[in-house]
Design a binder for this molecule. Structure first.
Ligand code: NAD
Length: 394
């Protein structure tokens, strides 16, 4: 039995759970958890009084009450990029199917089952012209959103000898560094729209991006282009896309988000939200989420979180106790913590402070034990949301 209790709310790949084998009690039946490991189950963080962290094995966190968690100083982790390769591969698989009419062609071949070889050959040679397609090489691929998925799709386009033009108003530097040098970085959305034979969406869904692809945007694309949406269904105004497919302004809509309005249209090719559905992606998400919980509970370190700043610090050999102070991001919290500890005659071996504008996160390493009354004095400050104390030496 381990000292940290981790409640598992969905089926999590065993490779991830294996990372919590030492020092953790893990399972669906765990009561009063310190941490939750979850995929798509709804989580009300207020329902767990001892909760310190939640890790979602996946990218989105809209099934978790993040605001409530932040208010209580609970760290919420996701697994950005763990499923990016799975999505990018599916984008090109579906684009390839669509460009070569393969979904129809495969269906046609299936329908020839039972005929003689001679008849099959006759049908194949007689009908293959109906499935004549287009090649991707030489086409301009427009990418909206240069995140974890967008980078891989952009680089995949270059590998297929496409011309790739990508746009993102707030790209992360590490993603820009991961882009092939042949990808053209557009300075405006319009620069992408007016060139893209194929426009692919890789931006998040939020209040600003809902209905991002509307009639006005589609009218700025070259006539007869292809729209690809493996990001989120509501990024697209479906009525506008249908009108554009009917007028010929768009020739295809390829999506991972089937809907009643779109499915009947012959120019729509849909997969059933399969973007992240691979063994590798589920394993990678589970490992990333479990490792985040393990490192946070054991050492208080944060490599990626949706509500806490990144904070990484390896404790030196001489460190006896690590105090983690989680506070509102207001002035003088560092001074308050160091004075309170110093006034108790305790030397601070190292102090790391990080903030994200909402949460201040402090890793304070001490060479000796920290008396409970000092911790209580720190916790009593109105700006402090919570503290955690990790003892490395008994
Ligand atoms: P990410 O956070 O790494 O990247 C998103 C990028 O979009 C960021 O760089 C951001 O700056 C950019 N962006 C935000 N608003 C924009 C705008 N108005 N115009 C252009 N760019 C904008 O996310 P990711 O992991 O690359 O995922 C991208 C999308 O793919 C997400 O919406 C996610 O929901 C979706 N997704 C779908 C599946 C699936 O199963 N089909 C799986 C994983 C991710």
């Amino acid at each position: 039995m381990g000292s940290y209790r981790v409640k598992v709310l969905n089926t999590i790949a065993p490779e991830g759970l294996a990372l919590l084998s030492d020092g953790f009690t893990v399972g669906a039946e765990v009561d009063d958890p310190h941490a939750l490991l979850v995929r798509s189950a709804q989580v009300d963080t207020d329902a767990y009084p001892f909760l310190e962290a939640v890790a979602r094995a996946g990218a989105g966190v809209n099934n978790i009450t993040v605001d409530k968690a932040t208010a209580r100083g609970i760290c919420v982790f996701n697994t950005p990029g763990a499923n990016a390769n799975a999505v990018a591969e599916l984008v090109f698989t579906m684009l390839g199917l669509s460009a070569r009419n393969l979904h129809l062609a495969v269906e046609f071949c299936r329908g020839l089952d039972g005929l003689s070889d001679e008849m099959i050959n006759q049908q194949v040679e007689g009908r293959k012209g109906a499935f004549r397609g287009l090649e991707l090489a030489g086409k301009t691929l427009g990418i909206i959103g240069i995140g974890k998925v967008g980078v891989l799709v952009a680089n995949g386009g270059i590998l297929r000898r496409m011309r790739v033009v990508a746009y993102d108003p707030f790209p992360a530097l590490e993603n820009i560094h991961a882009l092939s040098s042949e990808v053209i970085l557009a300075r405006s959305l319009d620069e992408v729209l007016r060139q893209a034979h194929i426009l692919t969406l890789h931006l998040p869904l939020n209040d600003k991006t809902r209905g991002f692809v509307d009639a006005a945007l589609i009218s700025r694309l070259p006539a007869g282009g292809v729209l690809v949406n493996f990001a989120r269904g509501p990024l697209v105004d479906e009525a506008a896309v249908l009108a554009a497919l009917n007028s010929g302004q768009l020739s295809r809509y390829v999506t991972d988000f089937p809907s009643a309005a779109m499915l009947g249209h012959p120019a729509v090719l849909a997969s059933p939200h399969l973007g992240a559905s691979t063994e590798e992606s589920e394993e990678q998400c589970a490992c990333m989420a479990a490792a985040a919980l393990r490192d946070y509970l054991r050492h208080g370190t944060i490599t990626h979180s949706v509500n806490f700043p990144i904070a990484e610090s390896i404790p030196a050999k001489n460190v006896h106790t690590r105090l983690l102070m989680i506070n509102r991001d207001i002035p003088d919290m560092i001074g308050f913590a160091s004075h309170t500890i110093g006034d108790a005659g305790i030397n601070i071996a190292s102090y790391l402070n990080e903030s994200n504008g909402v949460i201040g996160y402090n890793i304070i390493d001490l060479e000796q034990p920290l008396p409970p009354e000092v911790v209580a004095r720190i916790e009593a400050h109105p700006g402090v949301l919570r503290t955690r104390t990790i003892v490395f030496q008994g």
